[in-house]
Design a protein around this ligand. Structure first.
Ligand SMILES: *Cc1c(COP(=O)(O)O)cnc(C)c1O
Length: 453
């Protein structure tokens, strides 16, 4: 029987419904499935021909035993994934997977839209209300706000660092209203995330039925395993065991965790390139074996990756036999040799990010935005270090739409990226958000006053 255990291992295992509804385990650990499911034999041969929503339902079915039926999942996925998932050949065997065609123009839509629908069904079946707390470094907030807007029984609060999100990113979450509240803090994403985590562990707030829509929630990661399988099966002979290289621009490492899950399910992968911006705590950890958070995180143009202490590192360490606790202390070292073999970790600073945007446009007429450029630069770094992979199919993830960062693109390329329909009309809409000091007492009082009645 599939269940979900906590990386801190101090609470009993739960089913997927409990893992989704709790977000974070009661011992402040993060949930992971056990035993790890496997794709059935022959699945990858069929995957090539499946439409995205059908593939998603098949993959998610492996994780949803006893909680959602196949028909539930088909309904959720057809409703959630009604947009394109383009695979672009950039040069030779190097490709770009554009995950930016959803309603908020970032890859966060893949996870948020599944979670909104899945939690909506659970709340409807059980009755009661749910309060979803989310810290955002730029894109999660808008994806969650859009996915949960108007879902009965669910209200959502989004915390964001006021000075580190782009104008369009902010407007995407502050112009909705309804059951969505936004809180602006004069601090960092890591501070927002810490407030939210503290709230989950606070017994005084238990009656609010809190859950997380950050990637501490396993519900964020499962749907993010699907596009790895989708892309690999279309570009390589995955069924025959042909491996691909993925490059993943990373901040909180939820996207990478989706890839690692796909790999454990049985997708043939040669290597994951883990590309961070100047917040390089994970590349350093892999290089030295010593983990040190970056406090405060550095402010880079790939703002959604300005994370100095990524939540999902605890899961990665767990998958490799170690234990990282909620404070960021390594209680047991993971198998570093295996981590170094499987992951090629590299930090790309803002200057290299900008140069990559310029070069990629000049050489291939491909427009990258800062996050995708970090991934693309990471891939070039890997290929330069590993010429034996010159002929391996490589897929770099483009995680946001260039039109979310028009100032940067204009300055670098002298053009305005075409604005997708999802971003139309945003600039003129009225915004509402509240300012909050970065203080747990103030946050708790706010929650009790607004939602405690
Ligand atoms: C959130 C985000 C990332 C980082 O993803 P993680 O799962 O946090 O590693 C990268 N790019 C964009 C555009 C994002 O919004």
């Amino acid at each position: 029987m599939l269940s979900y255990y906590s990386t801190n291992r101090r609470v009993p295992e739960v089913d997927l419904a409990q893992a989704l509804l709790k977000g974070q385990a009661g011992d402040k650990g993060l949930f992971l499935p056990r035993p790890m499911p496997r794709l059935r034999p022959g699945f990858l041969a069929q995957a090539r021909d499946l439409a995205y929503p059908d593939l998603a339902a098949e993959v998610l079915d492996l994780f949803a035993e006893g909680v959602f039926s196949r028909d539930d999942l088909l309904a959720i996925c057809h409703d959630a994934y009604d947009y394109a998932v383009p695979l672009e050949q950039v040069a030779g065997r190097r490709h770009l997977l554009r995950l930016d065609q959803g309603p908020t123009a970032s890859f966060k839509d893949f996870a948020a839209r599944f979670m909104g629908r899945a939690l909506g069904r659970l709340v409807k079946a059980r009755g009661g209300e749910l309060l979803v707390l989310t810290a955002t470094s730029g894109d999660t907030g808008s994806a969650i706000a859009h996915a949960f807007l108007g879902v009965p029984g669910i209200r959502a609060v989004v915390l964001f660092p006021h000075d580190e999100v782009s104008d369009r990113q902010r407007r995407q979450m502050t112009t909705l209203g309804g059951n969505i509240q936004t809180l602006a803090l004069d601090s960092k994403f890591d501070d927002c995330q810490a407030l939210v985590k503290q709230a989950f562990a606070d017994p005084d707030l238990a009656r609010l039925s809190l859950t997380s829509a950050n990637s501490i929630n396993i519900g964020r990661l499962l749907p993010q395993s699907v596009y790895y399988i989708y892309a690999a099966a279309r570009l390589a002979d995955s069924a025959a065991g042909e491996e691909v290289v993925f490059s993943v621009p990373s901040g909180n490492f939820g996207d990478l965790m989706g890839g690692l899950l796909a790999w454990r399910l049985g997708l043939p992968v040669a290597r994951f390139v883990v590309a961070t911006n100047a917040n390089d705590e994970v590349p350093r950890f892999l290089a030295t074996g010593r983990y040190e958070k970056i406090v405060p995180s550095l402010k880079c143009i790939s703002n959604a990756m300005n994370v100095g202490h990524p939540s999902n590192l605890a899961r990665i360490v767990d998958l490799y036999g170690g234990w990282l606790d909620e404070l960021g202390i390594v209680k047991q070292q993971p198998d570093l040799a295996a981590l170094r073999r499987d992951l090629h970790a590299v930090s790309i600073d803002d200057q290299a990010t900008r140069q990559t945007i310029i070069d990629t446009y000049r050489d291939h007429r491909t427009i990258l935005e800062p996050h995708g450029a970090v991934g693309w630069a990471g891939l070039q770094h890997f290929l330069a270090a590993h010429p034996e992979h010159a002929a391996t199919t490589a897929i770099s993830l483009e995680t946001a739409h260039p039109a979310k960062f028009p100032e940067e693109i204009r300055a670098l390329l002298g053009l305005d990226p075409a604005v997708p329909p999802s971003l139309h009309g945003l600039d003129g809409k009225p915004e509402t958000f509240r300012r909050l000091e970065t203080d747990y007492r103030a946050f708790k009082e706010f929650l009790l006053a607004e939602y405690g009645a």
